[in-house]
Design a binder for this molecule. Structure first.
Ligand code: HPA
Length: 274
């Protein structure tokens, strides 16, 4: 058994000691997007510092929520770990390993992101159809535990096609404008220069942020079906760039949150899980 598997088992044992609910869906709530947590009928909650091997908190005071949402058992991370806080990507993605070991089949991820596609506006919601790992790192570097996943996981469809179709039909039905696009992850914490935004757009990215890709890589390694959303909080158009205002970015994420919540709740309700 690998060291990682031992750590996962210890975290799972602690969580099960508090709540024996078996989650089917994992949810990671992005910056300014944690209201979905309030929709969960909570059966158990643990502060991250109560869970063995969860990274020690820096700026985020996060908690793990277990309960029911839209008729499914879920485990939600309210607050995620970012590489820019100084965590290794192994630490950033450890909760995904734990969610898998608790029994989840699907992972829903959300984030706040800058819009690079000139057809996007701040306030839009984007369905993530693919990603670019621009972090200069990968959470799977190091010894591979075959019991957790393959050495060279395929990345031809990291975001599950059936879940993408489901989200698009739900948004259409609810009258919600849903953009779709490629999310590019940078380590941060500095925002990007005009030249970098221009370059990222040339690379084929529609949105940019500082998270999500590590968790999705590990979710794919663990054979989870992934559904991802970006709240477009600001416009990163190199020829019309305004200085980033973090308070405004968070306020815009909060404005998108109810729409995201409606789409996610209905998607979870209708997810076919084997
Ligand atoms: N870059 C630019 N704008 C953003 C980001 C980012 O990483 N996250 C949210 N808005």
């Amino acid at each position: 058994m690998s060291e990682l598997s031992v750590r996962i088992d210890e975290a799972v044992a602690t969580i099960k000691g508090v709540c024996d609910l078996e989650p089917q869906v994992g949810i990671i709530l992005g910056t300014g997007l944690d209201a979905l947590g309030a929709r969960i009928q909570v059966a158990g909650r643990l502060k991250y510092e109560e869970i063995p091997h969860f990274p020690p908190a820096t700026v985020h005071s996060g908690e793990l929520l277990l309960g029911q949402l839209a008729g499914k058992n879920v485990v939600a991370m309210s607050g995620r770990f970012h590489a820019y806080e100084g965590y290794s990507l192994a630490q950033v993605t450890f909760p995904v390993r734990v969610a898998k070991a608790l029994g989840v089949k699907a992972l829903v991820v959300s984030n706040a992101a800058g819009g690079l596609n000139p057809q996007f506006s701040a306030g839009d919601l984007m369905l993530i159809t693919d990603h670019i790992n621009f972090m200069g790192d990968n959470p799977l570097i190091g010894p591979n535990d075959e019991a957790l996943g393959p050495r060279f996981p395929d990345m031809s469809e990291p975001y599950n096609k059936a879940l993408i179709d489901l989200a698009e039909s739900v948004a259409l039905e609810q009258g919600i404008k849903l953009q779709r696009g490629v999310y590019l992850a940078c380590p941060g914490p500095s925002l990007e220069t005009r030249a970098e935004y221009r370059f990222m757009r040339m690379l084929g990215a529609d949105a940019v942020g500082m998270s999500t890709v590590p968790e999705v890589i590990v979710a794919v390694h663990a054979a989870l079906d992934v559904l991802g959303f970006s709240a477009i909080t600001d416009e990163c158009f190199p020829d019309a760039l305004e200085p980033a205002d973090i308070d405004r970015i968070i306020a815009t994420a909060n404005r998108i949150e109810p729409i995201l919540t409606e789409v996610v709740v209905t998607c979870i309700e209708r997810m076919a899980l084997d």
